[in-house]
Design a protein around this ligand. Structure first.
Ligand SMILES: Nc1nc2c(ncn2[C@@H]2O[C@H](COP(=O)(O)OP(=O)(O)OP(=O)(O)O)[C@@H](O)[C@H]2O)c(=O)[nH]1
Length: 358
């Protein structure tokens, strides 16, 4: 049961924009790790070059310095890279540089060992790159570059028909398939986790009926705003309640009541777009207004009452609003209690109005 719900949720949510968002988040999360992979790969390349240069008697030439310079620049660029798409290009370039570098070093070794070292380099690079947060095209491009430049049959004494050649070919295919499969599988698993945690957060912090934030989201956000001290401007808290809502339910039924709730939530969203708003429960809503003047709060309340009242709807309603200034040292609950008592005042002086707590 759970598995089929999960599969359905994944199917419905796995859109292209969400995939790009996931890749961007993955890149941001794994950027330091990616830098580490870059540095370790370059270090391994340098170690190989130094061993072959000094123990192998080839000498450490200016070419090695050029390669090191290019790798250093690419690593530095990664440090400043913010977009996942740029990281893909950077990685393909680094792999191209590393493979060409390896090929040049290997060419200086005795021909009998060429293909073994090329295979070893290809395996190390493929494993390292398969753990990076790359897009599919970039990983495929890396595979192509590696098998083109480090091809163990190209420019070596290994023949495809010989025993060594057959073994090399089998291992190449195995390596290619294994890294490709691991890359795609892990990527898919991480994507599923991402979607599931997003859905979970969405349900925990959003009201399913009105699709606006719920009480939990409001308490979290408003608490953060309330704690921002010193305050440059005043903060206000509004509580909103639909007038005679029980009558709407009793007369037209709960479905119409739900439609009214959605409509009022949409009006709140329109007028209060730049503030933290939420459905607290039932037909009650709250809004936290940081850095506004008293007249701004009054203007917004007037505008919201008007919009709800004049909404061309089959079942028109009005709302009442209670407003309080958030004092220094207030807890959120204290401010909510004062806004609620101002709301009570609005209800008892005729409804369809706002009242400031005095
Ligand atoms: N349709 C619907 N009704 C709800 C929901 N949550 C709470 N209610 C109803 O909201 C109504 C709240 O009514 P009351 O609190 O008595 O207030 P009222 O009729 O709005 O009267 P005043 O507040 O004095 O204007 C009750 O009938 C609840 O059943 C919901 O999610 N959907």
């Amino acid at each position: 049961m759970f598995e089929s719900i999960e599969a359905q949720a994944l199917k419905e949510s796995a859109s292209a924009p969400l995939r790009s968002e996931f890749l961007q988040r993955e890149f941001e999360r794994l950027k330091t790790f990616s830098l580490l992979i870059y540095v370790v790969s370059i270090f391994m390349w340098l170690l190989f070059d130094l061993i072959v240069s000094f123990m192998g008697g080839q000498g450490f030439t200016w070419r090695s310095m050029v390669f090191l310079g290019v790798f250093g620049v690419l690593t530095l660029v990664l440090g400043f890279t913010r977009k996942a798409a740029h990281f893909d290009v950077l990685t393909v370039l680094l792999v191209l540089g590393l493979t060409v570098g390896v090929r040049m070093i290997v060419d200086g070794l005795p021909p009998a060992v060429h293909s073994s070292w090329l295979m070893l380099a290809a395996a190390s690079l493929l494993y390292s790159v398969s753990v990076l947060p790359l897009r599919r095209w970039a990983f495929f491009a890396v595979q192509v570059v590696i098998w083109l430049v480090l091809n163990p049959f190209l420019g070596t004494s290994t023949e495809p028909g010989e025993l060594r050649g057959v073994l090399t070919a089998c291992y190449s295919v195995f390596l290619c398939a294994l890294t490709l499969y691991a890359f795609l599988k892990f990527r898919e698993a991480r994507f599923s986790n991402y979607i599931m945690s997003r859905l979970l957060l969405d349900q925990a912090y959003n009201d399913p009926l009105t699709q606006i934030p719920n009480r939990r989201a409001f308490m979290t956000h408003a608490q953060q705003r309330l704690q921002a001290i010193p305050r440059e401007y005043d903060h206000f808290l509004m509580m909103i309640d639909i007038d005679n809502f029980k009558k709407v339910n009793d007369t037209y039924g709960h479905d119409i009541g739900d439609e009214v709730l959605k409509r009022v939530a949409a009006d709140i969203k329109t007028v209060m777009a730049e503030f933290d708003y939420a459905r607290l429960g039932g037909e009650e809503f709250a809004i936290y207004l940081p850095a506004v003047r008293r007249e701004d709060a009054a203007g917004l309340a007037t505008e919201l009452c008007r919009l709800v009242r004049e909404q061309p709807a089959e079942h028109p309603v009005t709302i009442s609003i209670g407003i309080t200034r958030v004092e220094d040292g207030d807890t959120l609950n204290q401010a909510l209690i004062r806004a609620d008592s101002a709301l009570y005042e609005s209800k008892h002086t005729g409804k369809d109005r706002y009242t400031f707590h005095s």
